[in-house]
Design a protein around this ligand. Structure first.
Ligand SMILES: *Cc1c(COP(=O)(O)O)cnc(C)c1O
Length: 462
């Protein structure tokens, strides 16, 4: 299985190479040269399997010869061992034809654990085999950072640096990043917003001398291995509601388009998905793009669903690549135009996107009202991101079962939840002492050279 860049101008890589690299050298994102198909019989056979075995069968064709079957099974059993629910991704019912896929039972209480725990195990395995050491730098709007730190802390072959926007993550998210004591963990509070963090990260990857000098590796949501890990729960949840014999729809709270893109991959693999609903908060570039065809950057507005406070949605490039008939030059040109703030999606590409995706947006008031109404009618306490999904899903309910992805545990966002229902959700018992632990964090300017110096100094100390 070969991986190619969405901008058509970087070397083809194997699965393991694409995973270790993250961003392609032409600035593009890696995608599989072709999408493997699963037959209806193979999909039906996932029913009743453990999450780990279903994960093995769904992901195996994408891995090629990067891992043997035994190695990959071992990696998967370690990956999900730390989850606190035996089903890993349980489904609960919200209404007659509306289901919630709880993706927050991993170690940091957000869906990002599904992918990050996996790539932590895969990195360790691969780096040990190669006798190499890498520097992981990630940018986070809150949940990626803690998930990455939890996945890589204490590993021998990895230093992990996480950039987060100072003052724009919740207290719990910050504590999760700043309280681990491992020497290979470095939490960096950047003076800027998430898009600044993401932009500086891209700058580091595009500085090849720095990139090669520190052996930079990326684990942001553009990493193909992360997208792949997320494909699995689309299959397990759909199969438990009757796929492949029955279609399902999904509503996905969306920021960087990684999670919903995984749903699109599941559909391309053969899972019968009717609608894939993009649910955004007020930072609605994707919803506007779907409505008008114009992808136009605006400033980021802080919201009560901070992990979706994003304007430039990195993984959307992968969807554009397919919508433009896999024309890397066309994608490269759009991304060049975006540097000045906007591009217009061609009519043909819009038609292709609309065949797979629909979209909606939830305001802050609607998000709070949804937390309240869902609690009243079912007892389920939603986090504000999941509530954005449930709100937008509500506009698309029909005879096809709708599965909304619940992306974080409500206790990660206690202020918003308290505003909505008047009570603060409890952290799980194993995390309750975290708020009292001492923090370790460095404040950094929104400046590439300063960041690079800090990273080089820290690596030299380790
Ligand atoms: C990251 C995140 C999202 C957005 O996921 P994308 O893959 O970036 O679209 C939504 N909700 C929560 C809680 C998150 O952490």
């Amino acid at each position: 299985m070969k991986y190619i860049s969405t901008r058509g101008n970087a070397p083809d890589l194997s699965f393991a190479e694409a995973m270790l690299t993250g961003l392609a050298r032409d600035g593009g994102l890696y995608v599989p040269a072709e999408i493997p198909r699963m037959s209806a019989a193979e999909i039906a056979a996932l029913a009743g399997l453990s999450y780990e075995e279903a994960a093995f069968r769904v992901m195996r064709p994408f891995i090629g010869d990067s891992f043997t079957d035994d190695e990959f099974r071992g990696i998967l059993s370690r990956t999900y061992a730390g989850f606190r629910h035996a089903a890993r991704a349980p489904l609960v019912q919200l209404g007659p034809n509306h289901f919630l896929l709880e993706l927050f039972h991993g170690p940091t209480l957000a869906f990002k654990d599904f992918a990050m725990q996996l790539i932590g195990q895969m990195f360790e395995h691969e780096l040990e085999k190669r006798g190499e050491r890498v520097t992981i730098v990630g940018a986070t709007s809150g949940d990626t950072g803690s998930a990455a730190i939890e996945a890589f802390r204490g590993l021998d072959n990895v230093d992990v640096f996480i950039l987060f926007p100072e003052g724009r993550v919740s207290d719990i998210q910050r504590k999760q990043m700043t309280t681990p004591e491992d020497a290979n963990v470095h939490a960096l509070a950047l003076e800027g917003d998430f898009d600044d963090c993401q932009a500086r990260l891209k700058d580091m990857f595009n500085d090849f001398a720095f990139r090669d000098g520190v052996r930079l590796a990326g684990v942001n949501s553009i990493n193909w291995a992360r997208v792949l890990a997320q494909v699995v729960y689309y299959f397990t949840s759909a199969v438990s509601l009757g796929a492949p014999h029955r279609e399902v729809s999904f509503a996905v709270p969306t920021g960087n388009f990684g999670d919903i893109f995984a749903g699109y991959i599941a559909k391309r693999m053969g899972l019968p998905i009717n609608r894939l609903v993009i649910a955004t908060n007020r930072n609605d570039i994707l919803h506007r793009a779907m409505e008008t065809g114009a992808y136009t950057k605006e400033g980021v507005t802080p919201t009560i669903s901070p992990s979706m406070d994003i304007q430039v949605s990195s993984n959307f490039e992968r969807a554009l690549f397919d919508a433009y008939g896999r024309d890397g030059n066309a994608v490269a040109q759009l991304m060049e135009e975006l540097k000045s703030g906007a591009f217009t999606i061609s009519q043909g590409a819009m038609q292709a996107l609309r065949e797979d995706f629909t979209s909606g947006r939830a305001s802050e008031e609607e998000t709070l009202a949804t937390i309240r109404a869902t609690h009243d009618s079912t007892g389920e306490v939603l986090c504000p991101h999941s509530a954005v999904g449930v709100k937008v899903a509500g506009d698309y309910l029909d005879e096809t079962p709708m599965i909304t992805l619940a992306t974080a545990h409500p206790a990660k966002f206690p202020d918003a939840v308290e505003t909505a229902i008047g009570a603060r959700p409890d952290l799980p018992a194993h995390m309750r002492d975290m708020m009292a632990r001492p923090e370790r964090v460095s404040r950094v300017p929104n400046d590439l050279a300063a960041l690079q110096t800090l990273i080089k100094d820290r690596i030299a100390q380790n």
